[in-house]
Design a protein around this ligand. Structure first.
Ligand SMILES: [Zn+2]
Length: 287
C-alpha cells in the first residue's frame, strides 16, 4: 500500500522534537500483534467524522470513508524518531510495547481472566500513544498538545484529566472498520472560553478507536476536561464497555459481554449521537 498517501507531512518527531532526518516508521499495529491477526484482508476502511458541538446541536461537517489497498495491520506512520534506546521508537515507546504485549495478547484472544488496575494503566498508556500517533495520518486530526505528548513520553501515561479510555470484547462479522477518529470542537460556556484557540487545529477534542483482533479500544480526549469527565455511554454501551482510564483500584473481569458489529458501529459514532445531549445538560447546569 502507499503509506505516503495516508501520512501527514511531519517536520519533527511529535514527541521529542528531533528533526525529520531522524524520523522512522511506526506501526500502529505492532509486529507482535501480527501473529494474532488473520492476514487475509485486501483492503480496509477507516472513517473520519468531524463535528462541531454547540448549543445542544451537533453539526456534522463531514464524514469521510476511506478505503485503502493492503492490510491495515501493516499501516505505519512517519512521525516519531528512531535509532538507539534514547530515541522515541526504540526507547520509551518500545518499553511500552514490551509491557503491553503480555497483557494485551490474552485480551486480543478473548481469554477469561481478571485485568488488574496496573495492567489497565499499561493498556491505557499504549492506547494513548497509538491514538496520538494516529492523529498524524490523514483520517486523524491533531488535537493533543505538546504538553500531553511530553507527559506520555515521560510517564508512559495520558493525563489523568481530559482523557478517558474504554475497552471491549469485539467479535467481527461484516463490519470493515479497524481504525477511526471523530474530531470535534466543543464550545464551552464563556467561563472556559480560554480553552479555545489553544489547539493546533480548529478542534479541541477527539474520540478515536482501534481494533486489535477481539480487543476494541476507544480513546476520548478534550481540552475541556469536564467534557470527558462528564461523558457517559448509555445503558447499552455500558454493558459491554469497560473503562480503564482514568485509573481506578478495581480489577476487571474479562471478557465482558460480546460487542457485535452493530455495537462497535454504535460506539464508533456514539459521540455524534450523544454529544448534543451532553452539551444540553451542561448548558442547563450553567444557566
Ligand atoms: Zn522522538
Amino acid at each position: 500500500m502507499n503509506e505516503e498517501a495516508v501520512t501527514e507531512i511531519v517536520e519533527r518527531c511529535i514527541f521529542c522534537g528531533n528533526p525529520a532526518s531522524r524520523l522512522t516508521w511506526e506501526h500502529l499495529w505492532p509486529r507482535w500483534s501480527h501473529r494474532e491477526i488473520t492476514r487475509s484482508m485486501r483492503k480496509w476502511d477507516g472513517f473520519k467524522a468531524v463535528e462541531r458541538i454547540e448549543r445542544g446541536s451537533v453539526e456534522t461537517k463531514g464524514i469521510r470513508k476511506i478505503k485503502r489497498g493492503g492490510d491495515i495491520h501493516d499501516l505505519q506512520v512517519h512521525c516519531v524518531c528512531g535509532g538507539d534506546r534514547k530515541s522515541c521508537n526504540n526507547g520509551w515507546m518500545k518499553n511500552i510495547e514490551d509491557r503491553a504485549k503480555p497483557i494485551m495478547i490474552p485480551l486480543m484472544q478473548g481469554q477469561s481472566l481478571r485485568i488488574a488496575p496496573d495492567a489497565q494503566s499499561v493498556i491505557a498508556g499504549w492506547a494513548a500513544v497509538k491514538a496520538t500517533v494516529a492523529e498524524h495520518i490523514s483520517i486523524g486530526d491533531v488535537t493533543t498538545s505538546q504538553a500531553e505528548r511530553d507527559l506520555l513520553r515521560q510517564t508512559g501515561l495520558p493525563p489523568h484529566h481530559g482523557w478517558a479510555v474504554w475497552i471491549g470484547h469485539y467479535e467481527r462479522s461484516a463490519w470493515q472498520a479497524y481504525l477511526g477518529s471523530n474530531a470535534f470542537l466543543y464550545l464551552p460556556g464563556p467561563e472556559n472560553a480560554h480553552l479555545l484557540g489553544t489547539s493546533p487545529t480548529e478542534y479541541n477534542g477527539q474520540a478515536s478507536f482501534q481494533i486489535l483482533k477481539n480487543l476494541f479500544i476507544y480513546v476520548m480526549r478534550c481540552r475541556d476536561l469536564e467534557f470527558v469527565e462528564r461523558w457517559r455511554f448509555d445503558v447499552t454501551a455500558s454493558r459491554f464497555l469497560r473503562k480503564i482510564w482514568p485509573p481506578s483500584n478495581l480489577s476487571i473481569k474479562w471478557p465482558p459481554p460480546i460487542m457485535s458489529d452493530v455495537d462497535a458501529d454504535y460506539v464508533a459514532s456514539a459521540l455524534k449521537k450523544r454529544g448534543a445531549l451532553a452539551v444540553q445538560r451542561r448548558l442547563m447546569r450553567n444557566s
